[in-house]
Write a protein that binds this ligand. Structure first.
Ligand SMILES: O=C(Oc1cc(O)cc(O)c1C(=O)O)c1ccc(O)c(O)c1
Length: 161
């Protein structure tokens, strides 16, 4: 008998172009952490943001990312891990899509993703969204959970890096 049963399909969400699979949610871990497997596509990366409540650890499973945090740029490939430690950060995909494992501790930020995501049960990713996600609305939702966005810098960073 497997040690762990696969998560139910409704734990997979399509969130403004992000595919997120909630492997462990706060209630599963006594609130200690949330663990998410995600696929992010170029063009749907979130704007600059900082988590004031939780620590975030990113582990790249496939693809390549450029991450800006604490005034530095780093390139991450498969197997690389980064913990921005509540510093403002931003990332962009250097490959068409990047698969990541993200640990957020303490847990609970799944509530924010689920507030704008839709349950997703297909085995293939849907086509990329036709429009840029509604980041001001996403920023409002996450702001209530202690994640602060600088929506205005998104364009500046993407065009002036
Ligand atoms: O991009 C990811 O997460 C986010 C997306 C947003 O629109 C706002 C955010 O604050 C975040 C965040 O990281 O906090 C993302 C990408 C891949 C992945 O596996 C994730 O768990 C999140």
């Amino acid at each position: 008998m497997p040690a762990q049963t696969p998560p139910p399909l409704e734990r997979r969400y399509w969130c403004a172009g992000l595919y997120l699979n909630f492997l462990a949610e706060a209630p599963d871990t006594g609130g200690d952490f949330t663990l998410i497997e995600g696929v992010v596509r170029g063009g749907t990366e979130p704007p600059h943001h900082a988590h004031t409540y939780e620590d975030e650890a990113l582990l790249v499973l496939e693809g390549e990312l450029e991450v800006w945090y604490g005034g530095r740029h780093v390139r991450l490939g498969a197997g690389d891990c980064l913990m921005p430690r509540r510093q403002e950060h931003y990332f962009r995909c250097l490959t068409p899509q990047v698969r990541l494992l993200v640990k957020l501790s303490p847990g609970g930020l799944e509530r924010g993703f689920k507030a704008f995501g839709v349950p997703f049960s297909e085995s293939l990713l849907p086509p990329p969204p036709e429009r840029v996600p509604d980041f001001p609305e996403i920023a409002r939702i996450f702001g209530e959970l202690g994640v602060y966005f600088d929506v205005g810098t998104r364009t500046a960073i993407r065009s002036g890096e």
